[in-house]
Design a protein around this ligand. Structure first.
Ligand code: HEC
Ligand code: HEC
Ligand code: HEC
Length: 291
């Protein structure tokens, strides 16, 4: 009897371990990616909270300072080296005053080592210390660069309306239906229906073009449909009237690349990332898995 209890327990333990292993394997199947968000205090250094992209410009200066210091240390040009080392000192320390939460990520000892070596003309040591300082740039970038750019710099399409007040994503879904209606009608030899869907698509693209000018306001230039896309649309119309199956398919493909894929490559990708990173999911919502 006691043995039976003993074996029973063994089976139970093995079962639990097997159960745990299955659970872990499922977690791996889902490829959970954990992204760290930057502290909110960084927002004040971006538009629209700030008039300029202050954070980004500080970063560009840091990169320039690192390149200059490297150049002048190799050239053993002490006056220029010290000029740029002084600038690096100020800008690198600025990171902590702009985003206090990030102060612990800085290496002020190494920053001082760059200054001292530069001041005393120990050029090789300048390069070595600069390399070490660069590691702190790289480590912060690995954690935060992509998320920060998506959250604070990706153009925002949420709440955007097209033409008669239709939400952007509904307008998108309609455009996608027009493109597919054209393709289906071509394949099934329904030429009249292909033409109707084409004219709906053309109107839809013109309406969409009205939203671009809010941000892309090149003087006197129509950015969407631009001349290249307009040419492709005219060619598609001609193919639909007179072309064979192959030329119809090809000219539709060209319109889809120019009218949809190009913008998606920039705006949809970036906007999707922005939306993904700004979602705050509560445990309750995660457990329900309804989102
Ligand atoms: C504590 C965090 C942190 C540290 C340290 C840091 N950066 Fe950055 N850096 C960022 C973030 C966040 C971004 C993304 C900003 C954006 O794209 O809007 C960035 C972006 C940049 C960019 C623009 C990147 C690009 O390709 O568009 C450059 C250049 C840059 N950093 C240089 C540096 C240099 C050089 C150093 C070190 C001397 C450094 N940074 C240290 C956080 C940091
Ligand atoms: C909310 C502002 C905003 C709207 C609306 C907008 N854009 Fe942009 N677009 C930008 C910004 C800013 C850039 C520069 C790159 C970046 O930061 O993402 C850009 C870049 C692009 C690019 C890639 C670079 C280039 O110029 O070739 C394309 C293509 C583009 N936009 C197409 C469009 C089209 C087409 C529309 C309208 C259907 C549109 N955009 C509407 C802000 C906007
Ligand atoms: C601004 C440039 C831009 C152009 C040009 C553009 N799209 Fe989009 N598209 C977006 C953005 C941004 C989203 C994400 C919208 C959202 O999630 O609210 C999107 C989303 C979509 C969606 C998903 C809609 C949904 O149900 O959420 C479809 C489908 C789509 N686009 C099809 C198209 C087709 C087809 C074309 C060309 C005929 C096109 N788009 C042209 C920017 C563009």
């Amino acid at each position: 009897m006691r043995w039976r209890v003993f074996f029973g327990l063994q089976v139970l333990v093995v079962g639990l371990i097997a159960g745990a292993a299955v659970f872990v394997a499922q977690m791996h199947d889902d490829h959970v990616v954990i992204a760290k968000k930057p502290p909110q205090s960084i927002g004040q250094w971006y538009k629209p909270e700030n008039k300029r992209q202050v954070w980004l410009h500080t970063m560009f200066r840091l990169r320039r300072e690192v390149v200059a210091i490297e150049t002048y240390a190799l050239a053993e040009d002490s006056p220029n080296l010290n000029k740029w080392a002084g600038m690096l000192d100020k800008d690198y320390q600025k990171i902590a005053s702009m985003v206090p939460e990030w102060a612990p990520r800085l290496d002020l000892d190494t920053l001082a080592a760059v200054q001292n070596a530069a001041g005393e003309g120990r050029y090789k040591e300048v390069i070595a210390a600069l390399g070490k300082l660069n590691d702190t740039c790289r480590s912060c970038h690995a954690d935060f660069r992509t998320v920060t750019a998506a959250l604070y710099r990706a153009p925002d399409f949420s709440g955007m309306k097209v033409a008669d007040g239709k939400p952007l994503n509904e307008h998108m879904a309609a455009l996608s239906r027009h493109v597919n209606h054209i393709k289906i009608a071509i394949d099934d030899g329904r030429d009249g229906d292909a033409m109707t869907a084409f004219s709906n698509l053309k109107t839809g693209l013109d309406e969409l073009g009205g939203t671009c000018v809010k941000c892309h306001n090149k003087l006197g230039q129509k950015i969407y449909p631009d001349p290249t896309l307009s040419g492709a649309i005219a060619k598609l119309e001609e193919s639909l009237r007179t072309g064979n199956l192959k030329s119809k398919g090809r000219s539709l493909g060209m319109v889809a690349v120019l009218a949809c894929a190009q913008c998606h490559g920039t705006h949809r990708l970036a906007f999707d990332a922005k939306v993904l990173y700004s979602q705050d999911k509560t445990w309750r919502r995660l457990l329900q898995h309804r989102f």
